[in-house]
Design a binder for this molecule. Structure first.
Ligand SMILES: O=c1ccn([C@@H]2O[C@H](COP(=O)(O)O)[C@@H](O)[C@H]2O)c(=O)[nH]1
Length: 240
């Protein structure tokens, strides 16, 4: 894999709260990552201006708001996400088939092929079997992830967000064209933080991840540009 291909797989999690932070990170990491993720912290503090600021820097955007509500509300929120011109947007698969199918059909009808790829979050990478048990789900994590990925595919979603540990099973269940986006990525130099189901960048790409979401391992590094270069080199060197 070339360094450019490796770079394009990296989505930097902009877990910050100000527009000035976006300017700083976008300027610093442009050319070192393929996309920027706007999540709950940044969107709650800055709203759509966060997306527009990344776009003004020429950056692509994954809008990670993990919608989970009644079908009509989620479909309308997804339409507004698509209107922002983002590349990826997501909802929570635990919202079920009607919620996902309504959102997917509504966005497709309004935007055709000029739309974001729609992702369903399966089981959060910070969750374990114990987390599931606490909310009454007595099934292994991997079984739940594959079950939700199948449901997402059948509902018209383009892909899922899952841990790299589940890539192989999702590919077997959902095929080669189904997008798999994986947070829970930790290079050997980084700490786990609150992530529980993790792999290294090269392991995740070798397993078949389309995109890796990486935040703190880059943001908290002494030299974030050097950290992103090390990740690109690890992927490019370790993956065919
Ligand atoms: O299952 C999930 C879904 C989303 N995330 C998000 O990804 C980043 C990961 O950041 P790190 O600093 O690399 O841990 C973060 O914004 C999460 O909200 C996830 O981690 N797991």
């Amino acid at each position: 894999m070339t360094p450019e291909q490796a770079r394009d797989k990296i989505i930097f999690a902009l877990d910050v709260h100000g527009l000035a932070d976006i300017d700083r990170w976008a300027a610093q990491l442009a050319g070192h990552v393929g996309m920027f993720k706007v999540g709950k912290e940044l969107f709650t503090s800055c709203g759509p201006e966060a997306v527009k600021t990344v776009q003004r820097h020429g950056g692509k955007v994954f809008l990670d708001l993990k919608y989970h509500d009644i079908p009509n509300t989620v479909a309308k929120a997804m339409v507004e996400a698509a209107r922002l011109g983002v590349q990826l947007a997501n909802l929570h698969a635990l919202g079920g088939e009607e919620m996902m199918a309504t959102a997917a059909a509504t966005v497709r009808k309004e935007f055709g092929d000029e739309r974001p790829r729609l992702l369903a979050v399966t089981i959060l990478t910070s969750s374990t079997a114990e987390t599931l048990r606490q909310v009454g789900i007595e099934r292994p994590v991997e079984e739940m992830v594959v079950r939700l990925a199948r449901l997402a595919k059948d509902s018209g979603m383009d892909g899922v967000v899952a841990s790299p540990l589940e890539i192989e099973s999702i590919r077997a269940a959902c095929g080669p064209d189904f997008l798999i986006v994986t947070p829970g990525v930790r290079p050997s130099f980084a700490s786990l933080d609150d992530q529980k189901r993790v792999m290294t960048p090269a392991e995740a790409v070798t397993a078949g991840a389309d995109y890796l979401v990486i935040g703190r391992p880059i943001a908290k590094a002494g030299d974030p540009v050097a950290a992103s270069r090390m990740i690109v080199d690890e992927i490019a060197g370790g993956c065919p």
